[in-house]
Ligand binder design. Structure first.
Ligand SMILES: *[C@@H]1O[C@H](CO)[C@@H](O)[C@H](O)[C@H]1NC(C)=O
Ligand SMILES: *[C@@H]1O[C@H](CO)[C@@H](O)[C@H](O)[C@H]1NC(C)=O
Ligand SMILES: *[C@@H]1O[C@H](CO)[C@@H](O)[C@H](O)[C@H]1NC(C)=O
Ligand SMILES: *[C@@H]1O[C@H](CO)[C@@H](O)[C@H](O)[C@H]1NC(C)=O
Ligand SMILES: *[C@@H]1O[C@H](CO)[C@@H](O)[C@H](O)[C@H]1NC(C)=O
Ligand SMILES: *[C@@H]1O[C@H](CO)[C@@H](O)[C@H](O)[C@H]1NC(C)=O
Ligand SMILES: *[C@@H]1O[C@H](CO)[C@@H](O)[C@H](O)[C@H]1NC(C)=O
Length: 377
């Protein structure tokens, strides 16, 4: 009498793509989410701004692989279209289409239910030019950015170093400067000037120096037979392209030769010397860093102590303990006759202990054993 009809739900959007302004070479991401039963399919279509252009479907890998589409069909359908390295030709209308009609992709049959559509505009604006300048005079560093032909009003500026905001203002000038007290060797790195326009425009100034190598410890100590570890790092910009080690300023140490192992990673290097030897290994070691701008180095002094030397503090403690034990022993021996003479002391302690045990047996077993704990009452 009742036919079980599967619940058929027409596709509907729960999230639609949003219009965006971008600069050339930037990237853009549009997101679309739809529900329905069965789960709807999502497609992306594009229409350029030229009057003769019509909608064309976009696929993953389109436009010389600058277009990426990532879709998930799980409970409901989601799709993200991502376009990298934008050009003016990417400006236009992007349409998210969804349908769960079984005939939706049929070539001859027209679907009963039309594809539903949701649109967003992407405006790609020619990236304006930023002229950057860096000067270093009288212990002062001056960084400046000059934005020629801004595409929209400037609402302020910001200077950043990594994620750290160094300076911010709300002026509308097309030139912004940032000053640092000190030498460039101490302030190397990538600085960013940001013009608060819509969208934001960023300029970059690199303060580049030769490697400012520092040793973790200027002098290291190792015990004979142990492994010695010497470490250097380079906190400056640009990063080190290669590290080398040498001993007493002589030719460089080859990794894996003799008892040497070199481990270098980015701005850090480590020289390990296996089975330290007093005569052969004591001395000065240089860690040398090379980057595009030149060479920097630091020296680590290694001192190797004999095994016995390492034992001295321990032997000292042992000797101290021995002396103490001897003194106590002698002292006790001298006192013993007195204690034996004092006859009351021993029985009294025995009595106290006995009564304590009596008390335990009186209330002990019932309580602790009834709680299921293992006990020896
Ligand atoms: C549209 O017209 C322009 C010239 O106005 C032409 O270069 C372009 O190829 C045309 N595009 C299409 C899809 O016909
Ligand atoms: C695709 O989307 C899923 C879920 O949102 C995410 O986990 C995955 O990393 C994305 N893949 C790519 C290549 O973006
Ligand atoms: C971005 O596109 C321009 C030309 O439109 C090209 O010269 C450049 O190499 C591209 N950059 C990347 C990172 O693909
Ligand atoms: C900024 O750049 C423009 C165009 O190159 C130039 O005329 C102007 O003098 C520059 N301003 C500063 C402060 O350097
Ligand atoms: C600054 O350095 C980074 C990292 O080495 C590099 O990608 C970038 O092109 C440099 N910028 C300038 C303006 O030289
Ligand atoms: C040195 O050799 C070891 C092992 O032979 C290797 O793990 C390490 O990466 C090498 N270091 C360099 C700087 O090549
Ligand atoms: C360089 O050193 C800094 C800390 O001094 C560290 O945060 C950074 O990750 C290092 N970079 C590389 C590439 O090892």
């Amino acid at each position: 009498h009742f036919a079980l009809i599967p619940l058929q739900l027409v596709a509907g959007f729960i999230k639609s793509p949003l219009s965006q302004k971008r600069l050339t070479q930037d990237s853009v991401e549009l997101y679309c989410e739809a529900i329905g039963n069965p789960i709807p399919e999502i497609q992306w279509w594009f229409e350029g701004n030229e009057p003769n252009e019509t909608y064309a479907q976009l696929w993953d890998g389109a436009r010389q692989d600058r277009v990426k589409i990532n879709a998930t069909y799980n409970l409901h359908s989601t799709s993200t279209i991502y376009i990298a390295n934008l050009t003016g030709d990417d400006s236009g209308t992007y349409e998210c289409r969804a349908s769960n009609d079984p005939d939706r992709n049929h070539l001859s049959k027209s679907p009963k239910v039309k594809w539903i559509r949701s649109q967003a505009n992407v405006f790609v604006i020619e990236r304006p030019d930023i002229q950057t300048q860096f000067t270093s005079t009288h212990g002062k560093l001056v960084l400046s950015c000059n934005l020629t032909e801004p595409h929209s009003a400037i609402d302020g500026h910001e200077w950043k170093y990594g994620d750290k905001i160094l300076q911010t203002d709300t002026e509308s000038s097309s030139v912004t400067t940032y000053e640092i007290e000190g030498k460039k060797e101490e302030h190397s790195g990538i600085y960013q000037c940001i013009f608060k326009t819509s969208p934001e425009i960023k300029g970059e100034i690199n303060i580049s120096v030769v490697p400012q190598v520092v040793a973790y410890k200027k002098s290291e100590h190792g015990n004979e037979g142990d492994t010695g570890v010497l470490t250097c790092k380079n906190p400056s910009f640009p990063p080190v392209s290669s590290w080398t080690w040498s001993r007493n300023g002589e030719q460089s140490i080859i990794n894996g030769s003799g008892r040497y192992i070199i481990k270098s990673s980015g701005n850090k290097t480590e020289l390990r010397i296996l089975k330290l030897n007093i005569e052969e290994d004591t001395g000065d070691y240089q860690c040398i860093a090379i980057n595009v701008f030149g060479t920097g180095e630091a020296t680590v002094n290694l001192r190797v102590r004999s095994r016995l030397a390492a034992l001295w503090p321990f032997l000292g403690i042992v000797a101290e303990v021995l002396v103490l034990v001897t003194i106590i022993f002698i002292y006790e021996k001298r006192r013993k006759p007195d204690e034996v003479l004092d006859g009351k002391a021993m029985p009294q302690t025995t009595r106290t202990r006995m009564s304590a045990r009596e008390m335990l047996t009186k209330q002990g077993p019932g309580e602790c054993c009834s709680q299921g704990q293992s006990c020896s009452c």
